[in-house]
Design a protein around this ligand. Structure first.
Ligand SMILES: Nc1ncnc2c1ncn2[C@@H]1O[C@H](COP(=O)(O)OP(=O)(O)OP(=O)(O)O)[C@@H](O)[C@H]1O
Length: 261
């Protein structure tokens, strides 16, 4: 398997403070990684580097075999899928869900006067169906619920058939039902052999979809633990990452953690 992402001794320093500090991490093309850590641990910063939206202060970031700083980042970004609340904020409220997904093929936000070919139109409907959005296809993005928005942004990010899909807290702020429906979809997507390598940031072990294979735990910008999910997600590593003792349980591939009294 080939590396789709490799960080070698990466530090990211702002105001003389290391936000990421000596991070070594590699993602292979058949792996699905969860990035777990407390608020301020550096998770979003890590994704910014992985999506070529920023550069490390020290060390190297290689994305899809290209080294940041030596590659046309616009070409590289076309090969990545990325969904976050920040990318959602850039979507015009009156954009329809169908156009939101369709325009990803042309790396634009908001439909202008492009001519779209039949392949893109057919693929858009396939992706909308896959993320349970067909009934909402003609609705405006600004009218969607949080859960529908999250699904729509993920649909947009997979439209281009990316080689690496990065999701920043896809289930944050969802109600229980919406979260569970999204986790089922992410789980199905993660288990499909035709899906790209995935990296998903979360704060909660309850939000890890079955099918994810690896775990990176971050604290204060440093890697606390990294490796196969079942071996890495332990009570000891949770305590080291979040700073208090937990009771961890797992059932049918779903994890839960509560603080020990
Ligand atoms: N450009 C910057 N300049 C100064 N400080 C920054 C910058 N980017 C991030 N930080 C700080 O670095 C820390 C890590 O931020 P980051 O958003 O990566 O954390 P996170 O793990 O994603 O947090 P959360 O879970 O709360 O979203 C935070 O304290 C943040 O304020």
């Amino acid at each position: 398997m080939v590396n789709v992402l490799r960080l070698s001794d990466v530090s990211y320093v702002r105001d003389r403070r290391p936000i990421l500090d000596g991070v070594d991490w590699a993602v292979e093309s058949d792996q699905r990684w969860v990035v777990l850590g407390p608020n301020g641990a550096g998770k979003t910063t890590l994704l910014k580097l992985a999506t070529a939206n920023d550069y490390p202060t020290r060390g190297t970031v290689e994305v899809l075999d290209e080294t940041l700083g030596r590659v046309d980042i616009f070409e590289l970004r076309n090969r990545l899928g990325f969904a976050s609340s920040a990318t959602a904020r850039r979507i015009p409220n009156d954009e329809t869900v169908r156009n939101l997904v369709l325009t990803a093929a042309y790396s634009v936000e908001g439909r202008w006067n492009e001519e779209y070919d039949d392949y893109d139109l057919r693929r858009t409907d396939r992706v909308l169906a896959e993320w349970d959005l067909l009934a909402l296809a003609d609705n405006a993005f600004g009218t969607l619920s949080d859960g529908e928005r999250k699904r729509a942004m993920i649909a947009r990010s997979v439209m281009t058939d990316p080689e690496l899909l990065l999701l920043d807290e896809p289930s944050a702020s969802l109600d229980l039902g919406a979260r569970e429906r999204l986790l089922q979809m992410l789980s199905g997507f993660a288990q499909s052999p035709s899906s790209p390598a995935m990296v998903m940031v979360t704060h909660h072990v309850e939000e890890i979809p079955p099918g994810f294979t690896h775990l990176l735990m971050l604290r204060d910008g440093r890697v606390q633990a990294a490796g196969p999910l079942a071996e890495t997600l332990t009570e000891q590593n949770l305590e080291a990452t979040f700073g208090l003792p937990f009771e961890l349980s797992v059932r049918d591939g779903r994890y839960a953690a509560i603080a020990r009294p």
